[in-house]
Design a protein around this ligand. Structure first.
Ligand code: PXP
Length: 255
């Protein structure tokens, strides 16, 4: 079964737009879990543009499924995560000027920085995931550095899928199919190396079905699409709609 981690950063984005106390991301944890989420994901950014330290501390106490803390390779955040002890951390690249996490972590370049963080987190049994591009060399480097899991950045796939909407000829549909193939190849490589596989970024109610048969995929992290749908339908419905789409994979396995 593919598990659903719900990224609740955007609840805090709305709060921070007014620098006020509502809506409170802490309050949605139980709601999201009762609606079927298998985990709560938050990104404590160095610039604290949405999620704040107080949110993370309280969410840690409330989560009854799995807490996945996305974070950059910054000493301050590493210390914070070590003391927090979430079930999982996901190391991501971070640039202050970006709107969202724009690409994967370069494990080859940062191998000597990543390795000690993994060793440190393992001392507290924290699972370490690396957010990488679907690139075979990056998958190999993630294995070499000692990661437990990788999360494929699905941004290029999601963008190509979005640009193909309304186009029905094979030629025009090619870009997203190529991106999908790249993801599947990288996932297959991860499977042979016994790495756990997640996917995230830009996944939504339209494109998710294309990834359900990705080798070894057992977790997706989805934020924007779920929070966007919740504006119209409420958060529990938005979560359970996504969960139902992910369950189609299970049904496919059975038949
Ligand atoms: N996974 C990671 C590592 C991310 O950085 C993000 C974006 O914060 C997501 C998943 C969720 O992406 P989206 O909000 O596009 O669903």
């Amino acid at each position: 079964m593919i598990k659903l981690g719900v990224n609740i950063d955007h609840i805090a984005t709305i709060r921070e737009a007014r620098k006020t106390y509502e809506p409170d991301p802490v309050q949605v944890v139980g709601l999201v879990e009762r609606a079927g989420a298998d985990g709560i994901t938050v990104h404590l950014r160095e610039d604290r543009r949405h999620i704040q330290d107080r949110d993370v501390t309280l969410i840690r106490q409330l989560v009854s499924t799995k807490m996945n803390l996305e974070m950059a390779l910054s000493d301050e955040i590493i210390e914070f995560a070590y003391n927090l002890v979430p079930e999982q951390i996901t190391l991501v690249p971070e640039k202050r000027e970006e709107v969202t996490t724009e690409g994967g972590l370069d494990c080859i370049q940062h191998i000597s920085t990543i390795q000690p963080v993994i060793v440190l987190m393992h001392k507290k049994n924290i699972e370490v995931s690396l957010f990488i591009e679907p690139d075979l060399r990056q998958v190999e480097a993630a294995k070499e550095v000692g990661a437990d899991r990788i999360e494929f950045h699905t941004g290029s796939f999601a963008n190509a899928f979005y640009q193909s909407r309304g186009r029905h000829t094979a030629r025009l549909r090619e870009p997203w199919q190529r991106e999908r193939e790249r993801l599947f190849l990288a996932a297959h490589k991860a499977q042979t190396l016994h790495l756990n596989v997640s996917a995230g970024h830009g996944l939504n109610y339209q494109n998710i079905s294309e990834l359900l048969s990705m080798p070894a995929l057992d977790e997706v992290n989805i934020g924007h699409a779920i929070i966007a749908r919740s504006v119209f339908q409420g958060l529990p419905q938005a979560v359970s709609d996504m969960k139902a789409l992910l369950m189609q994979n299970k049904e496919r396995d059975i038949h």
